[in-house]
Structures are given as structure tokens and as C-alpha cells.
Design a protein around this ligand. Structure first.
Ligand SMILES: Cc1ncc(COP(=O)(O)O)c(C=O)c1O
Length: 401
């Protein structure tokens, strides 16, 4: 997306819209979706994708996901409302919110949106509300804490029912309005072998739940598809990663074949992988000052502190993201005057750093220059975003292909 840098006068745009400025381009999303779908098709699998809305607040990605024919994973009542307003069909929405209020559950029920149940209280709440509203509930059960043999707590998580929980409440509680039609998990990180273990466990749980009369039709493996945010030589693309999971040998077969043989539709909820190359964040340099020995983070007497008109929550890496070296858009031609330094933001703490490292500027850097952080659409621009000192939140500009 940094190709866009020469197309516009960004100095003028930042002057008009303020710093930092988030730039979005949803075009690459189409190819990212298609690459994952193609892997499913090659394996003969029925794969249904849901874009995880939480990765970026902007509705443009929900609309693009809809145009590409995929569904949406929502994590709050607002995400659900905006997704419905964007015209996404309710049967292509899944609600995986970590906290589900009565209001959210009611909205899901009234909209007939699939709810992923995380715990017993949620199960009871959904049953109660389904009865009260006389709306049937369609749910999936989230499992977590998968383990192999004696490797207990290998994949400890606060989410879902323990993979070894016998889910007795599904047999004992009277919830005629609640239909369990799927199993779900979402794991932190990108470890493909952990997904294989989780899928194998879920396949055996699906078999027993079906024997008990639950019409389980799908397994949702959540997100965690890798996204390239910096030049990592060991990077495995989302589609290769997905393919490696499906091709893994399992019980003299493969994961893909076992899903097909068991008539299990595979669902997934990629967030970051679908936003690769879809956004950047531009900030204006407000000052450059030599790092003094008094500074708690001073590393090298020659280093500079570079003050940006933004705060650290407006471009913050999450798991699997890293801030690549930013591009510099100088306000004027510079002399060859190399500098190195760290970016500081506008929050009033000693440790208000944008990126936890030092950057090199071979031609120097000065007040009025613009700094461009690439590939920030997935979580980096929005996940922690706050305006504690009441500077306005960043504006967003859409740019075309
Ligand atoms: C339930 C669930 N699904 C999907 C995702 C998306 O994950 P990612 O953006 O890593 O693909 C998340 C992220 O936290 C999640 O919690």
C-alpha cells in the first residue's frame, strides 16, 4: 500500500485532516479471501469464512467482505448492529463476543444470528432469553484447553469450555429452544499443529454429540491466520498455513478428508490476514531533540527523541504484528545528515514511545516531516486506540486501488 505514497500530497492531507491520519484501501482484501478459499476448494472442502470485524473499526472491510460473499464475526452489539445495517445477511453472521450482555443476546436472537457459547452462564442466559422472546437460538459451543496425552494445560485459555468437559448440561438442561449446530475454538498465535490437535479433538466431540442427538453441522476454527507485516524470511502465508493444517495426516487420512467424511463444514474467522496491505498510519513530526542523559530510555548519547503528533495507542502492535521501519515523507529536500532516534507520542508519561525500538534516518529527520507506518489496518490503528488527553481520534481516508 505504500505505493500510494507518491499518488497524493500527504502533507496537504495531514494539514486538512490532522495527525495521525489513517489511510485505508480495502482492495487487497479480495485476493486474501480468494487465496484462503482456493485452498478449501482444492481440498474439496466446504469452507465458510467470516471476517473478524474487531480487527478494524471501519465498515469498509465489512462491506468488502460482503461483496466477496463471506460472512462476519462480530464481538459486540455495536459491531452486530453495524453489520446488519451494512446489509450482511443474518445467516452469515456469527457472534463470538467475549462478554455477552442480555441486550446483545436479545439482539442476536431477534436477528437470528448464530451465538458462540463460552460458558454455562451464557448457555443459561441464551436459554432464558430464547424462552422469554419465543425466538429459537442457534448456537455453537466454544471449546478450549486442548491437550495431547499427558501434556496437560498445553493450550491453556480463559475461553470456552474445557475440551475435556463432558458438557453434561447439554443433556440435563431443558432448553428446547436452543439448537447446538456447531463447535468452535479460537487460539492465540499461529501454531498450525495446535489447530490440528484442536480439530482432531473437536471431531471426536462432534461424533459423540451427534450420537446424543445434536445436529452438529460445522466446526469453526476461529482466526489466527498469519499476516505479513514485516519482511520476515520465515513467513508462511495464510493460505499455505491453512493448507498445511488441512493436509496434515490424521488417523491414516488427512484433516481435510476427515472433515469431508464426517460431513463437517469448516468455518473460520480470519481478521488480520484479510487486512494485509489494507492500511497505513501517517503522523507529523512536531519536534526532534537530542536524547539527554536524564531520559529514562536514553541508550546512546547521539540518539534523538522524535515527537509525533499522535499517542502510542494509535499505532500499537498486537500479537503477530510488528512495526516495520516507517517511511519518511520529508517536507523539503534534506542534506545527508544521518540521525537515529525513537518516536515519542503525546501522552504525558516517561514511557510514551511509539514502537519499542530505535530507527535510523540516513538523511535525517526534522519538524514537519511525515512518518508513515505501513500495514497498520489489522488491530494496530484501532485495538488500543484512546484519546486520553482529549486530542481528537485519528480521521480515516479511503484511497482506491
Ligand atoms: C473468536 C475470535 N475469532 C477470530 C479472531 C480473529 O483473529 P485474527 O485476527 O488473529 O485472525 C479473534 C481475535 O481475537 C477472536 O477472538
Amino acid at each position: 500500500m505504500v505505493d500510494q505514497l507518491t499518488k497524493f500530497d500527504w502533507h496537504q492531507r495531514v494539514e486538512e485532516h490532522g495527525s495521525p491520519l489513517n489511510i485505508l484501501n480495502a482492495c487487497p482484501m479480495d485476493a486474501s479471501i480468494e487465496a484462503i478459499r482456493a485452498v478449501g476448494r482444492q481440498g474439496g472442502l466446504d469452507v465458510q469464512l467470516h471476517y473478524a470485524f474487531k480487527a478494524n473499526k471501519d465498515i469498509v472491510f465489512v462491506k468488502t467482505a460482503k461483496q466477496c460473499g463471506i460472512g462476519i464475526d462480530v464481538a459486540s452489539e455495536t459491531e452486530l448492529r453495524r453489520t446488519l445495517q451494512a446489509g450482511v445477511s443474518r445467516d452469515r453472521i456469527v457472534c463470538t463476543a467475549a462478554i455477552k450482555s442480555k441486550a446483545l443476546v436479545d439482539r442476536c436472537l431477534k436477528s437470528r444470528v448464530m451465538i458462540v457459547i463460552d460458558n454455562r452462564d451464557e448457555w443459561d442466559l441464551v436459554g432464558e432469553r430464547a424462552r422469554a422472546l419465543s425466538h429459537p437460538a442457534n448456537v455453537a459451543i466454544r471449546l478450549g484447553g486442548f491437550r495431547q496425552g499427558t501434556q496437560r494445560d498445553q493450550l491453556a485459555t480463559r475461553f470456552g469450555f474445557d475440551a475435556e468437559d463432558d458438557l453434561h448440561f447439554l443433556r440435563s438442561s431443558h432448553a428446547p429452544n436452543v439448537q447446538v449446530s456447531g463447535l468452535h475454538f479460537h487460539l492465540e498465535g499461529h501454531d498450525a499443529s495446535q489447530r490440528v490437535l484442536a480439530i482432531e479433538t473437536c471431531l471426536s466431540r462432534i461424533a459423540s454429540l451427534r450420537n446424543e442427538g445434536h445436529p452438529i453441522s460445522f466446526l469453526d476454527i476461529g482466526g489466527g491466520f498469519p499476516a505479513r507485516t514485516w519482511d520476515d524470511p520465515d513467513f508462511v502465508s495464510a493460505s499455505d498455513w491453512f493448507g498445511s493444517i488441512l493436509d496434515t495426516t490424521s488417523e491414516q487420512s488427512t484433516i481435510a478428508k476427515r472433515l469431508i467424511e464426517n460431513r463437517v463444514q469448516l468455518r473460520c474467522e480470519p481478521g488480520r490476514a484479510l487486512l494485509e496491505g489494507c492500511g497505513m498510519t501517517i503522523a507529523r513530526v512536531e519536534f526532534c531533540k537530542p536524547c539527554s542523559a536524564r531520559s529514562p530510555e536514553s541508550r546512546d548519547p547521539g540518539d534523538w527523541l522524535i515527537g509525533l503528533a499522535m499517542n502510542h495507542t494509535q499505532c500499537h502492535p498486537t500479537y503477530g504484528n510488528q512495526l516495520v521501519d516507517p517511511k519518511l515523507l520529508p517536507r523539503r529536500l534534506k542534506q545527508n545528515h544521518p540521525m537515529r532516534g525513537r518516536f515519542v507520542g503525546d501522552y504525558c508519561t516517561e514511557f510514551e514511545f511509539i514502537a519499542q525500538r530505535t530507527f535510523e534516518f540516513p538523511n535525517g529527520i526534522e519538524r514537519g516531516d511525515l512518518v508513515v507506518f505501513a500495514n497498520t489496518a489489522a488491530y494496530q490503528m484501532h485495538f488500543l486506540e484512546s484519546s486520553s488527553h482529549q486530542n481528537p481520534l485519528a480521521q480515516t481516508l479511503q484511497v482506491g486501488p
